[in-house]
Every structure is written in structure tokens, then in C-alpha cells.
Design a protein around this ligand. Sequence first.
Ligand code: XMP
Length: 514
Amino acid sequence: VVLVVDFGAQYAQLIARRVREARVYSEIVPSTMPVAEMLAKNPKAIILSGGPSSVYAEGAPRLDRALFEAGVPVFGMCYGFQLMATTLGGTVDNTGAREYGRTPLHVSKAGSTLFEGTPVEQSVWMSHGDACSAAPEGFSVTASTDVVPVAAFENDEKKLYGVQYHPEVLHSTHGQQILEHFLYRGAGIQPSWTTGNVIEEQVAAIRAQVGDKRAICGLSGGVDSAVAAALVQKAIGDQLTCVYVDHGLMRKGETQQVEKDFVAATGARLVVVDAEKRFLDALAGVSDPETKRKIIGREFIRVFEQAQLEILQEEGPEVAFLVQGTLYPDIVESGGGTGTANIKSHHNVGGLPDDIEFQLVEPLRQLFKDEVRMVGQELGLPEEIVQRQPFPGPGLGIRIVGEVTKERLDLLREADAIAREELTAAGLDREIWQCPVVLLADVRSVGVQGDGRTYGHPIVLRPVSSEDAMTADWSRLPYEVLAKISTRITNEVADVNRVVLDVTSKPPGTIEWE
Ligand code: XMP
């Protein structure tokens, strides 16, 4: 394992992903972890991330010198670089000379371990206030910028390396190459971490954990639960039962994807609970978005627990495991624990026996989203499931502004299917993050179609680009594609006489309308 020590901000996750792109397994640890504990993980190399602090700020994270003396190769980036410099006796000044953004880097030692084979002049991404003016003893300076005399250094003998900039971001033109040089040349690591290895490893781990007991997995139609279920299915076969609650709020074809394509690809045992009527009854007369969400969430838990109960009754109490599609970013963000948690099922509503405690199986807890997709692909899941864009749990229920009814759902499903079809045909799926299609059910406007006046509903297109859904911008889709979607929806979907485009970023608008 390569450890990425997290000094805050968002850099560590990106670095960890880049290391994995170099086919080396990486894990993130907090900078507060004692060095002895880091070393106990037996890392082949350690990377120190950037962070928001100045090394001179009060309470700024520090590092025990022992980290640099353990014989483990270390690569410091940005804040990690400055920390390495000050800890080992170099000089970092608060010069007031700041560099932000794209910066020309002058490589002074072209044959160095990190820079070998890369251009003497390259563009890098900087973000710092303090600057290193003297490298620690035993280090040679390998690059500078117009502002910073020491922008990179290395001590090949001790296997210690550092750069002032952020090699992990794409704006640093040779960043990945430099990271790979550290891993392969500096630390002597072989690139061997592949999707195939992940599957093999996880299958073995699941078998060891579950033994001859039984497991349940809730499928949502999303990527994570599908890949988690497929992995567990591969490991324990028919000891797994998948449960899919059809709440009637899915998009066109999605329930069939789970019922047919997922089962065909994995051979999993699937219980489909048709709960459409139950959900629609519960939603009748409700227009308030938060109330809708609460009702859908509550009904979902009730139905899922009822299904669990039936499986328990049928198969006996040895159903001890619940599969969840938790991803690595969730784990890191919630503090990075490595143990397996037990959860008590919410037995207050579903009538599960009091003493049922499921143990969680989380086969994706080491993976990033793009890695999950690769694993899914390798397991043979259909493209439509593996490349699926984010879709909210409450489904189309929160894309109908107004009361949710069967007729309105059917209408929205048609409009949504057309939009998706045309976006796919135009090759835009990878460009947009997601494109909610929203029905303004309580709004009517006048139109004219054929010879007659119409009084129909507007459909809103909400295509957005985003990195993580926290912020988003509206996608500048080609006019021809928008025109085609508009024409088709107004022609093919009864009761819709207008298509409008949402041109709001997030903030101030959220991605969904409710
Ligand atoms: P907003 O609308 O808050 O959405 O900008 C951000 C992202 O989250 C998705 N979303 C949900 N996902 N359950 C989910 O699983 C929900 O209740 C939910 N609400 C919003 C939304 O599609 C977008 O990707």
C-alpha cells in the first residue's frame, strides 16, 4: 500500500486516485495519525498531500521527523513539500510572494528521478503563499519558478522527494508522469493493482466473511448497489438474495434493467416487490417536496423490511448479512474507519424480531466511483447500469412539481425517455453530469397544435455539468440537440405543449427542482 497523508482540503482523494491510476493501491490516512501507526501499515511509500494551512500558522499540522527516517520513500506535494523542507532543516519563508494557478516551471536537473524524460520547461498548477528558499542538507534542487527558487528537490539516497506544486491536477502537464516516476523509480514499486485483482481479492474476502450464511442486498437500480450485488453474487452465489422495491417512480425501462438485464448478467436470485400502488396511495394529494421525500423514504423502509422479514421466515435466521454499496469517499469523509460496522435494522416499523442484527458486507469500501464502474464492467454488467448517471432515491416523485399521479408519471417517463435517447444519440452522455427532466404539473400555458388551441404543461430540461454534485453549472448543449428534444417531446407526449431550458447554476439553484 501507498499511504496518502491528508493535510486537509480536497487534495488527498485526488492524489489517491492518481496513484491508483498508476496501478498502485493507495489509502488515505489523516495527518493526525501517529507516525508509528502509519509505519505499522507497512507502506511501500508515503505521499504528503497539500493543505490549506501555512506551515507557520498556529496549530498547523506537523509531522514527526521519524517519518523521514524510517527508510520509506516519501513524496511531499505543496504543503507536504514545505513541511518536509522545514522538518528536515530547509528554509521556508513567508515572503508574501504568492503563486496561484498555472505557472511555468523551470527544471534545472533534467535527469533527476522525478523529472527524467520530461521537458525542461513545463506548466504546473501552484497554490501557495509561503516559499522554500533553501533545500535541506543533502537535497539537490531540481526545479524553480520565476518566484520560487526551490520549487522541487530530491534526496535520492534517502528516497525523499518534493514539489511545491500540485502534480495531481490535470493542469500540471506532466504531473502523472512525475508521480509515476516517484512510485516506480523512486520507490521501486511494480504497477500491479488492477480491476481483476480487486475482484479476486474481494471475492475471497466476502467468502471468508459470510461463510455458509446468507446475505440480502437491496438493489436501487443505481451503479453502486448493482456492482456490490454482482460481486457478492460471484463470491457466494445463491446464498445471496437481492431485493428490488419497485416504487413506481423509476424512469422508463429502469425496472426492466434490474429485473432482466441485471439478473441475466449475474444470475442473482431477485425478489421484486411491486409497491407502486402503495407509494401512489401514500403520495395522493401531496405537493410539498419535503413531505413527498419523507413519505417515499418511510414507505421504502417499510416495504424493504417487510421483504426482509419474509426472506427471514423462509430461509431461517441465518440471514445474517446485509450488502451495501458504500464507496471509499464515504468512508474517508466519515473518518476513515477500517472495521466493519453492525447496524440494527429499523425494526420499529417492519416487525422484524428485536434481536436481528445484520452484519454489513461492503465490498466497494476501498473503491472510487470510476473504479466501481470498471469493476462492474469486468463483471459483465450491462453498459446502461454501469454508466448510469446519478438518479435520486425518490425518483420521479421529486421531478413532478405538484401532486404525483400515475398519469403524470407516465407522461414524465415518456418525455424523460426522449431526452435521454437524444442526448445519448448526440454522444453527450459523458459531457453532462445528469439531466433531470421535470414536469410542471401545476402550470398550464396556451399553445397551438394542428388547428386547435391547447392548454398543456411545460417540461423543463435541466442538463448540468458537475464534478461532485455539490456545485454545478448548466450545460451549454448544442441548439440542434435541444431543438430535436423539444420537437419530439411536444409531438410525442400528449398534454405537453412547451419545453423550457433551465439556465441556472448551483448555487443558487439545486440540481433537482424539489
Ligand atoms: P441537488 O438537487 O441537491 O442534488 O442539487 C444533488 C445530487 O443529489 C441527487 N439527489 C438525491 N439522491 N436521494 C438521492 O439518492 C435524494 O433524495 C436526492 N436528492 C437529490 C441529485 O440527483 C443530484 O445528483
